[in-house]
Design a protein around this ligand. Structure first.
Ligand code: FE2
Length: 428
């Protein structure tokens, strides 16, 4: 007898009425009316079964620190960075661990089971690195945490950053990070990209840089990142995060840039909640949205994912670990409101993000991990529209979290006393 059988689920690709059989932590069969028995059988009632949500860009060392040591008054990126600078010397390891673990609980409840977090390595004590390595080990049974060595104060601008970054990789941090637009000059930024890509190539590691996170139409670090990826043969292993300057770049230049990114197989990550609120801050009116060119990059064949970036930290006082909220904001900012566009935004927080993180065993095919989330929605469009309730969350066949279905009890004259929260779809 198998461990788990889910009956009558809808899949994100549009198939309906599917059963999923799992045993030993993996999916062993997918099909209609499977002749099988399992220790636990669940009737999905036609709701959407999705692979878990994946957040490919987060800052877990800063999360849930909102208001410490004071609130970001201007709400700008630069005040956020200086506020983080004030907070860093005051951080204690146990508080970092406590906050990160609390966030992981929130994530699991929302069906978010893989997170790539940047960790600031510019504090010579490397407290945050130690804390998040500890958290990574602690949450490993239920959440994949991938760490990026992130030189927040600049690799070349901060005197000890390169040594700290190398030390943090030796300690077990997974991915090489960077922030070329924060170096003193464009030339220093380019030099930092070259050094960091060489370091990653030597060590066989992935790369994920905060890249061109500005409104400067002349920022050129994504071009350098794509060129270094090409030179070092790092195809498919490198990610440019944010890329907000692409929003403001000259269109002719972008017509050359995007094919370079395609050629180097560089992944792109947009962070809609943060890009929309932090970019365009120097504009009066009209104000630029600031998010990178998501539909154009996708159409060209670039793998584009969405990240949450921040939750309750010096840069952002909102958020709850809900990747459907991220997808919801993403499709609005990118004006991707066609059915195909909305589905592409769902993929940006599931399959595309899993590809960025090089996750193994991700998906709903036989042989994949038996990790999935049952949503109170019929399809990805409805899931995003409603930020649907995560009815059940499974990791390797084990139930991790449950949330009761959302319903509202109405007391309206002439109407039913109780009704579903979700009106029927057009055509039902
Ligand atoms: Fe970030």
């Amino acid at each position: 007898m198998a461990d788990l059988l889910i009956r009558n689920a809808a899949f994100p690709d549009g198939r309906t009425g599917l059963d999923v059989l799992a045993d030993g932590g993996r999916i062993t069969a997918v099909g209609r009316n499977l002749k099988a028995q399992a220790a636990r059988e669940i009737d999905a009632q036609g709701w959407l079964l999705s692979p878990p949500f994946v957040d490919p860009h987060f800052h877990m060392d800063a999360t849930l620190s909102y208001g410490l040591p004071r609130v970001n008054q201007s709400g700008t990126l630069l005040e956020g960075i200086s506020l983080w600078g004030e907070l860093k010397p005051l951080l204690a390891q146990e508080h970092l661990v406590e906050r990160a673990l609390q966030y992981c609980d929130w994530a699991v409840a929302k069906g978010l089971l893989s997170v790539r977090t940047h960790v600031d390595i510019c504090d010579d004590r490397l407290l945050a690195v130690e804390a998040l390595l500890h958290v990574k080990q602690k949450v490993a049974p239920y959440l994949d945490l991938q760490l990026v060595a992130f030189p927040q104060d600049g690799l070349l601008r901060s005197p000890t950053a390169l040594a700290n970054l190398t030390r943090s990789l030796d300690m077990g941090v997974d991915v090489v990070g960077g922030i070329p637009h924060f170096e003193r000059t464009m030339a220093d930024g380019a030099e930092s990209v070259k050094l960091l890509c060489e370091l990653a190539a030597e060590r066989g590691l992935l790369v994920d840089m905060h890249c061109d996170e500005s409104d400067d139409p002349l920022s050129r670090h994504i071009e350098t990142l794509a060129a270094q990826t090409q030179r070092l043969g790092l195809h498919g292993r490198v990610t440019g995060s944010h890329l907000t300057s692409m929003h403001s770049m000259d269109n002719y230049y972008v017509s050359k840039l995007i094919p370079l990114m395609v050629e180097a197989q560089v992944n792109a990550i947009a962070n809609p909640l943060l890009n929309f609120t932090l970019q365009g801050g120097h504009d009066t009116y009209p104000k630029r949205r600031g998010m990178t060119r998501v539909p154009e990059l996708m159409a060209a064949g670039v793998n584009v994912a969405f990240g949450h970036d921040c939750v309750m930290d010096p840069w952002y006082g909102m958020g709850s670990g809900d990747m459907l909220e991220v997808a919801h904001m993403g499709l609005h900012v990118a004006q991707m409101t066609s059915q195909a566009g909305i589905r592409a935004c769902f993929e940006a927080v599931t399959t595309n993000a899993a590809k960025v993180m090089h996750l193994e065993g991700y998906g709903l095919d036989a042989g994949c991990d038996a990790s999935f989330v049952l949503l109170q929605a019929r399809d990805p469009v409805e899931a995003i529209r409603l930020r649907a309730t995560r009815l059940k969350v499974f990791k390797n066949g084990k139930l991790l979290a449950e949330t009761p279905a959302a319903t509202a009890r109405l007391h309206v004259t002439g109407r039913a006393e109780a009704t579903s929260f979700m009106p029927a779809r057009v055509g039902d």
